[in-house]
Design a protein around this ligand. Structure first.
Ligand code: DMJ
Length: 671
């Protein structure tokens, strides 16, 4: 800019002006705008300035330079971020101009984990680490009373059983797992370590952190099972409360051991079905009225699988130590049965006197009976820390393993308590008196964490024996069935009891055994279903005979007059449950549903309860027998409920193993 004032006034010596107009420049020596001329001209001007003027100019330059440096450093950061932001903005630009990003990124870009953050997991930007699966000392199942009432209210009244104040740490614990009244998602706490000899109180749990799952709602078929249970329970409560079995027609009861067998057998079913009120009533009876100090003979096997098994599983599900106390009491009182010359237990024990004996007519015991008490006594040892229970039953298995008289792994039906040898050799069946020997070989192996190889070997050998000697196909439908062998002669007879086998085979296959066991299971469960479907009432008789030769007008299944009763047995629905769990094939649920409807049609007593019937072939008069067996509540309805459930955590088969009376016990080392 040219200054008019400078042009009009003469230069003053104490006046600083560095502004030169072009006219002045030309006048001062000619303007040619060359660099050299400009340099020379500036220098000349500089020399013309006084010292003071030069100092002031220098000072001004220095001052401006300092200000420049300061403002550069303070503006650096905003500049940097501005630069970055614009880069990010560029990245978000759509490649096609005018196209809006469908899902603009609003979350901050993922940050790199700082190496130091690893020391403080809660600061880690990565997925939180899984909590370690802590195993704890005493070996009882995870105790999860139904704390989460509200969540499950739609299904049942789910208030808690064990009235304990909720401690803050308990609450925190519960946050980590879904609690279910019915036993869903109940975690067994597994440890093979035997605890000390005192009965342990249920302890606070250590659980593997799991994503909380929404409870699976109860479906209509399950509701129908609950209704059936309530109806049965009503009869028991009204006419047989505290007694062994209901006689629903005569509105009375029968006694076998005088120990409230039905009530004890049904405890864990009520827990699983979520029948809280019924459970609480029954618990009160156990607490106040169940007394084992009684001069009474009980059958070792039956009281083990129903009473000991029922108390142990109820303890595991509810966490209520009352049931463990009672289990220890009855378990201890049953021990005199093992005081035999051979250590093969007697069939009967007087639980009040502490004496044991074989049946009056023989000194034999049944093979299935002495080899199907192991799951329960082993578990009792684990819980109490007292080895004697497990030792006694392990001894039996070891001994039976060494015996001669087997046929490709198949065992005879009797064993002598004096000699310890099999008797009545040459007869082989998977039905009565031998059935659960095979079942418990597999299940003990599973219970113990699949380590006891000799059990597995015996099981595998036995199934090969079944295939070799007992499998046949019927006519006309070519149903695969398991017959019997008597002194080399095959009989096409099959007990309904054998229908446990498809479920057991499927369980083995699920646990890694050969796939052809599953194929056999599929074939056999079809046969068991046909034992119902081919009968006039749609209910199976106790025993069937299969036709081996096609005859006009004949079905596969023949029934003898002496065998046409139905005792409300569970084996087929038990196997349907396993098959559905492992295959997801809904036809198994549909078959079970048909069976439930037929039980309702032909065995339901209007005033309460269900009854065994004498004639499955006569729909107009099935001839009620006036007895409801305890296993109808302990097993049949429980397996029905589980069969209709789509919740694999409702008694998860990788965590529990069912005893032969459908009482779930924990697998010590879960899969
Ligand atoms: C139950 O007591 C058990 O399932 C046992 O193993 C066989 N008999 C009845 C049910 O049929």
């Amino acid at each position: 800019m040219y200054s008019a004032a400078a042009a009009a006034s003469p230069p003053r010596r104490d006046f600083i002006s560095v502004t030169l107009s072009p006219e002045e420049a030309v006048r001062a020596g000619g303007y040619n705008n060359s660099k050299a001329w400009r340099r020379r001209s500036c220098w000349r001007k500089w020399k013309q300035l006084s010292r003071l003027q030069r100092s002031i100019v220098l000072f001004l330059f220095a001052f401006l330079a300092v200000c420049g440096v300061i403002s550069y450093t303070s503006m650096g950061e905003p500049w940097k971020s501005l630069t970055n932001k614009s880069l990010d903005d560029q990245r978000m630009e759509p490649e096609v101009p005018g196209l809006k990003l469908a899902n603009p990124a609003v979350l901050p870009a993922p940050q790199k984990a700082d190496v130091n953050l690893g020391k403080y997991p809660e600061l880690s930007p990565q997925k939180p680490p899984k909590l370690p699966h802590v195993r704890r000392g005493p070996s009882n199942l995870q105790i999860k009373p139904p704390w989460r009432d509200v969540r499950l209210k739609t299904q049942h009244d789910t208030s808690r059983i064990v009235e304990e104040p909720v401690q803050p740490d308990k609450e925190e614990q519960m946050e980590k797992s879904v609690i279910s009244w019915r036993g869903a998602v109940i975690e067994p706490d597994q440890t093979a370590e035997p605890p000390s000899s005192k009965i342990k109180e249920p302890e606070k749990q250590s659980v593997e952190a799991e994503d909380p799952k929404e409870p699976v709602p109860i479906n209509e078929r399950q509701m129908a099972v609950m209704e059936a249970f309530r109806h049965a329970w009503k009869g028991y409560k009204d006419f047989a409360w505290g007694h062994d079995e209901l006689k629903p027609l005569s509105k009375s009861y029968s006694e076998w051991f005088g120990l409230g067998l039905t009530l004890i057998d049904a405890l864990d079913t009520m827990w699983i079905l979520g029948l809280k009120e019924e459970f609480e009533e029954a618990r009160k009876w156990v607490a106040n009225d169940l007394v084992f100090d009684k001069n009474v003979d009980v059958n070792l096997f039956e009281s083990t699988i129903r009473i000991l098994g029922g108390l142990l599983s109820t303890y595991h599900l509810s966490g209520d130590s009352l049931f463990l106390e009672k289990a220890k009491d009855i378990g201890t009182r049953l021990m005199p049965a093992f005081n035999t010359p051979s250590k093969i237990p007697y069939s009967d024990v007087n639980i009040g006197r502490g004496t044991a004996h074989p049946p009056r007519w023989t000194s034999d015991s049944t093979v299935a009976e002495v080899t199907s008490i192991q799951l329960e006594f082993r578990e009792l040892s684990r819980l109490t820390g007292d080895e004697k229970f497990q030792k006694a039953v392990d001894e039996v298995m070891k001994h039976v393993r060494t015996l001669s008289g087997k046929n490709d792994g198949l065992v005879p039906m009797f064993i002598n308590t004096n000699s310890g040898q099999f008797t009545h050799l040459g007869v082989y069946t998977l039905g009565a008196r031998a059935d659960s020997y095979y079942e418990y070989l597999l299940k003990q192996w599973i219970q113990g964490g699949k380590k006891e190889n000799e059990l597995l070997e015996d099981y595998m050998r036995a199934i090969e024996g079944v295939k070799k000697h007992l499998l046949q196909r019927s006519q006309p439908k070519k149903l695969t069935f398991v017959g019997e062998l008597a002194h080399g002669h095959f009989s096409a007879k099959m007990d309904h009891l054998v229908c446990f086998l498809p479920g057991t085979l499927a369980l083995g296959a699920h646990n890694g055994l050969t796939a052809d066991h599953m194929k056999l299971a599929e074939a056999l469960i079809e046969t068991c279903y046909q034992m119902y479907a081919q009968v006039e009432t749609g209910l199976s008789p106790e025993i069937v005979h299969f036709n081996l030769h096609a005859q006009k007008g004949h079905k596969d299944v023949e029934i003898k007059p002496a065998d046409r009763h139905n005792l409300l047995r569970p084996e087929t629905v038990e196997s349907l449950f396993y098959m559905y769990r492992f295959t997801g094939d809904k036809k198994y649920q549909d078959w079970g549903w048909e069976i439930l409807q037929n039980f309702n049609k032909y065995t339901r007593v209007p005033t309460g309860g269900y009854t065994s019937i004498n004639n499955v072939q006569n729909p107009s008069n099935p001839e009620p027998r006036d007895k409801m067996e305890s296993f109808f509540l302990g097993e049949t309805l429980k397996y029905m409920f589980l069969l209709f459930s789509d919740d694999i955590d409702l008694i998860n088969l990788d965590k529990y193993v069912f005893n032969t009376e459908a009482h779930p016990l924990p697998i010590w080392v879960p899969a």
